[in-house]
Design a protein around this ligand. Structure first.
Ligand code: DX5
Ligand code: ZN
Length: 221
């Protein structure tokens, strides 16, 4: 199964978003990771559907929209209409994750479920067959540029094994602290979509940074 680097716009220049995302799109990125934060589920605020809609007009990458928000059921429709291709919700942010998964599917977009570092894989037992993607957070969500939490690696290895058995089409995404060192660890452990924010957009040449990460990831396959 192929491996992809998904640049996260959280560390891009918000005054020049179009320019920054074109740098990675031209360099071959096919998934753009967009972080939505509400100041409640995580201690930070970012953007809403209006910005996603504006970006949709200037990019043809798949939009991987990571909802770090409470009451995600209230907002998934707006983000689907704004142009999301994958909507990922945190299992910790909803009481009715099964219902929410069905709601997202009915909007005609792919569905992912995200787990914080301390959330066990067992929470996925009865929903895994329904999912297009599982996102394992490798930092506590809320900020770019944090340090990778190595304790998530055994969880990633275990999830890779479970997914092969239960739902081999489902992709594993990792998010947080991915750089030239940690990208090798997560690639080896079975992650297929590797989110990278600071490592790409704070580099002098984001296109090169992204391709260096991809190369390192491929070397571990
Ligand atoms: C963190 C976000 C991440 C963030 C990752 O809560 O979900 O997507 O942009 O940034 P880096 O790669 O800088 O850790
Ligand atoms: Zn994210």
């Amino acid at each position: 199964m192929s491996i992809t680097i998904a640049p996260s716009i959280l560390s891009a220049n918000f005054a020049r978003l179009e320019e920054d995302i074109k740098k990675v799109e031209k360099a071959g990125a096919d998934i753009l990771h967009i972080d939505i934060m509400d100041g409640h589920f995580v201690p930070n605020l970012t953007i809403g559907p209006g910005v996603v809609e504006a970006l949709r007009k200037v990019s043809s990458m798949a939009f991987d929209v990571h909802l770090m928000i409470e009451n995600p059921e209230k907002f998934v429709e707006a983000f689907a209409q704004a142009g999301a291709d994958i909507l990922t919700v945190h299992i910790e942010a909803t009481r009715h994750v099964h219902r929410l998964i069905q709601q997202i599917k009915s909007l005609g977009v792919k569905v992912g479920v995200a787990l914080n570092p301390a959330t066990p894989l067992e929470t996925l037992t009865y929903i895994l067959p329904e999912l297009d993607m599982v996102l394992l957070m490798t930092v506590n969500p809320g900020f770019g540029g944090q340090k990778f939490i190595p304790g998530v690696l055994p969880k990633l290895v275990a999830l890779s094994g479970i997914i092969k058995e239960i739902n081999p089409q489902c992709k594993i995404e990792v998010d947080g602290g991915i750089n030239l060192d940690t990208v090798r660890l997560v690639s080896k452990a079975g992650a297929k979509i590797l989110v990278a924010g600071a490592a790409v957009f704070t580099a002098p040449d984001p296109a090169k940074a992204m391709n260096d990460l991809l190369q390192a990831a491929l070397e571990e396959q």
